[in-house]
Design a protein around this ligand. Structure first.
Ligand code: 3PG
Length: 213
């Protein structure tokens, strides 16, 4: 897959809803009901972080939920990319980017939302053909004002800010012309997942799905 095709697909996935839930799944048994709740609440694109032993199984389980588009987050190595693809991930998300990671995603046909926090990082990815990136860590990197400033000279690059995005600040990002969606974990709080509060999670998703991009 070329970087241009990857970016096109990433743009489509990011266009499905204003928020991409960032999920840390500890128990694969939670995966399907969690995905169902989020999809029912209007958030079809889901990022499962590869940070737990259950993550790959969770991706496989979530991939069976109708209407969901499940991706793998925290991709760091080429092996992560292979594992994610084999588990059924439809897209990948990474905190940053290395040539090895980009090579692996292109070889495995996995559209990647690669992380960038500075103008130089964004320019390197753009040079390679990627024009849809993750702005990470969003709040710690200066938040919406920083991303707005990057958009001045680089308006052709779109971002999904992630890291510290919340209902309190989501609007400040989503109102920027270079933001197409945002990622956040608040729609699936660990305690609600543990308690199996799928109705509550669906309600959080529904609120997030009404945010204006
Ligand atoms: C992460 O690193 O887990 C993601 O960037 C999500 O960040 P958040 O928990 O601040 O939404």
């Amino acid at each position: 897959m070329t970087p241009q095709d990857a970016s096109k697909q990433a743009r489509e996935i990011c266009g499905l809803a204003p928020i991409v839930p960032v999920l840390v799944v500890k128990d694969a048994g939670h995966a399907r009901p969690l995905a169902k709740a989020l999809v029912a609440g209007g958030l079809p694109a889901l990022e499962v972080t590869l940070r737990t032993p259950a993550a790959l199984e969770a991706i496989s389980e979530m991939a069976k939920v109708p209407g969901g588009v499940v991706g793998a987050g925290t991709l760091v190595t080429a092996q992560d990319v292979k594992n994610a693809k084999a588990a059924g991930a439809k897209f990948g998300v990474s905190p940053g980017a290395t040539d090895a990671l980009l090579d692996a995603c292109e070889a495995e046909d996995l559209p990647l939302l690669a992380g960038a926090a500075t103008a130089s990082e964004a320019m390197r990815l753009f040079e390679r053909g990627y024009d849809v990136l993750k702005f990470f860590p969003a709040e710690a990197s200066g938040g919406a004002p920083a991303l707005k400033a990057i958009g001045g000279p680089l308006p052709q690059i779109s971002f999904c800010p992630t890291g510290g995005v919340s209902p309190k600040n989501a609007d400040s990002y989503l109102s920027l012309p270079n933001v197409i969606c945002a990622g956040g974990s608040w729609v699936a709080p660990a305690d609600m997942v543990l308690a199996g509060d799928w109705t509550g999670i669906e309600a959080l998703a529904r609120d997030a799905s009404t945010l204006k991009v």
